[in-house]
Design a protein around this ligand. Sequence first.
Ligand SMILES: Nc1ncnc2c1ncn2[C@@H]1O[C@H](COP(=O)(O)OS(=O)(=O)O)[C@@H](OP(=O)(O)O)[C@H]1O
Length: 276
Amino acid sequence: MAKKKPRFVENIDNILATTQTKENEELLFTFRGVLYPKRLCSLETFEAVAAMEARKDDRLIVAYPKCGTNWMLKIVNDMIAVIPSYKDLPPLENCPILEFGPPTKLQMLVLFRNPKDAAVSYYHFYNKNPILPDVGSWDDFFPKFMNGEVCWKSYFDYILAWDKHVDEENVMIITYEELKENLHEGVKRIAEFYELPLSDEMIKSVAENSTFQAMSSKSEETHGRFAPVLFRKGAVGDWKTLFTEAQSREMDAKFEECLAGTKLGAKLKYDQYCKF
Ligand SMILES: Nc1ncnc2c1ncn2[C@@H]1O[C@H](COP(=O)(O)OS(=O)(=O)O)[C@@H](OP(=O)(O)O)[C@H]1O
């Protein structure tokens, strides 16, 4: 008998298979000045989120699109799954995203990725994703990303908003690049922040199962039709394949303008990851 698909896979498969239009107006809507994909988000859900009262022990993972959200979800889900005393907890939904789905559904783990790789990942995502409009060439997309004319608005506004919270004790900042450099150490930091009782062996196993290779080899099972849209290269520095020197300088100037001298700017190690 064929294995039953997880609910998330069933939902996303259905959404991808039934979206036929490529028209902006039919695919996107605006809520408080920010664009969102209609097939995933709704006004009712945003209203429900605004009215939601967080419990003291709620945990949120926060990220701008294409910064590694699905990677972090896998790490945190696996951490909980390997702890024997947590085995009776109901499984977390595969895609517990606050603004997705029906309106029925706080330490914060905030994930960042360098803006150049995030932009390139977003560009490919827009063009490969049936529920988003085509954005044409990279040269067409680049100014849209720089001006925040994309779903979930401006990367730079997101980063500026979080810069105010880096020192709060219920907020942990982690970067995609940090995870790529040392996944074992990243998983260990996350476990400590969430106070999850993971042994070294458990941390090792969570890290081994959440490498790009491990996740993409199982992606058809875990993400259905969404898998080839989501799992692309999983690399640091892919921006060099598309950015021109002029675009690179433009983004350097914008980053400098927004984050020069800030703690968050330093954590992102922009010079290391974003210079030719
Ligand atoms: N395990 C692992 N290791 C490294 N990189 C990974 C991993 N899993 C997903 N990815 C890459 O993350 C990018 C997608 O980010 P998100 O999951 O945030 O996308 S989304 O906004 O939820 O659609 C997208 O990046 P690009 O490959 O650069 O496009 C994915 O390939």
